[in-house]
Design a protein around this ligand. Structure first.
Ligand SMILES: [Fe+2]
Ligand SMILES: [Fe+2]
Length: 275
C-alpha cells in the first residue's frame, strides 16, 4: 500500500528459460524498490526450456517475491509442472480448461484481514485449443469472486488481439485489470478502459530477445520456410524483463494507473556502423 492507500501490482510477462528466470531474480530488487508492489504476479508458462515450470523454477519465483505464478497452454507439455499445479494453489493455470484437468484457475492473495486480491487466469480460443468460453466462464467466476473482493486481476493468455480487446470490454468495470500474455511481444496499448479496468493486449516476454519469441532464430526461420516440425531450442542473449505495474484503488477495485515497461529498453538507435 502506498501513501494514499492504493494497491500496487507488479505483473511480469512470460518468463522463457532458466537464464531469464535468473535475470528476473537479479532485476527484482530494483523493480520492488521502484514499484513497491503489494502483489507480484509472474507468468511462468515457459520457464523450463520453453515449456512449463519445474520445482527449481517454482522455488526461484517464490524466492524472488512472487505471490502468484500464472501459466498457460505450454504448462501441459511438461510433466514436471503437473504435480506443481496439483499441490501448489499459488501456481495457477487457465480457469476455462474443461473440468477434470488438474490445477486451479485462480488464487486469492490475502494482504491483510480486510484486503484481498484475486488473481485469475483465462485463456483465449482463437487460434488456440477449443476450451470453454472465456467470456462466459470468466464472467461467472468474476461474479463469484466479487463476493470476496473487488480487486481482481486477470491474466488473459491468448493469441488474437481482437479476442483480448473483446474480453477487456466485456469485463470493463467488473475487474481491476486484464493483462494479456502468450504472444511474447509487448503491445503499446496499456490503458484504463472507460469503466476503470486497466488493460494491455500483451505484456510481452521476459527472456532472450536474440530469438523469435524465445525460440532460436535459425530454427524459427527453418520452421517458417519448411513448414515442418524442428526441435525447440531456446535463443540465447539480449535478456529483457517485460511487465507492467498497475495501481488500484482498493475501495472500489478500479485501476488508477497502468505502466508497461521493457527493461533494458530496445535499441532504437545505431551506436556504431554494422560491419
Ligand atoms: Fe508464453
Ligand atoms: Fe502460451
Amino acid at each position: 500500500m502506498n501513501l494514499y492507500g492504493y494497491l500496487s501490482v507488479l505483473f511480469i510477462g512470460d518468463v522463457v528459460g532458466t537464464a531469464a528466470v535468473d535475470f528476473l531474480g537479479e532485476s527484482m530488487p530494483a523493480m520492488i524498490s521502484q514499484y513497491a508492489p503489494d502483489v507480484i504476479i509472474i507468468n511462468g508458462e515457459n520457464a523450463h526450456e520453453g515449456k512449463g515450470l519445474d520445482e527449481t523454477d517454482q522455488q526461484k519465483f517464490f524466492g524472488m517475491g512472487a505471490h502468484v505464478v500464472t501459466t498457460g497452454n505450454h504448462v501441459w507439455e511438461n510433466w514436471k509442472s503437473k504435480p506443481i499445479l496439483k499441490s501448489d494453489p499459488k501456481v495457477i493455470r487457465p480457469y476455462n480448461y474443461p473440468d477434470g484437468n488438474i490445477g486451479n484457475g485462480f488464487y486469492i492473495v490475502k494482504i491483510s484481514d480486510e484486503l484481498q486480491v484475486a488473481v485469475v487466469q483465462l485463456q483465449g480460443r482463437t487460434f488456440m485449443q477449443a476450451i470453454d468460453c472465456p467470456f462466459r466462464t470468466g464472467l461467472e467466476l468474476v461474479k463469484e469472486l466479487q463476493l470476496t473482493t473487488k480487486n481482481i486481476v486477470i491474466d488473459f493468455h491468448a493469441e488474437a488481439s481482437a479476442e483480448k480487446m473483446a474480453l477487456g470490454w466485456h469485463l470493463d468495470g467488473k475487474v481491476s485489470a486484464i493483462l494479456g500474455t502468450h504472444t511474447h511481444i509487448q503491445t503499446a496499448d496499456a490503458q484504463i478502459l472507460k469503466r476503470g479496468t486497466a488493460f494491455i493486449t500483451d505484456v510481452g516476454m521476459t527472456g532472450p530477445y536474440n530469438s523469435v519469441v524465445g525460440l532460436r532464430k535459425d530454427i524459427a526461420i527453418k520452421r517458417a520456410i519448411l513448414q515442418t516440425a524442428h526441435k525447440y531450442e531456446l535463443g540465447v542473449g539480449d535478456l529483457k524483463v517485460s511487465g507492467c505495474n498497475v495501481i488500484i484503488n482498493p475501495n472500489n477495485g478500479k485501476a488508477l494507473e497502468i505502466n508497461s515497461f521493457v527493461f533494458p529498453e530496445f535499441r532504437t538507435k545505431e551506436e556504431s556502423n554494422h560491419e
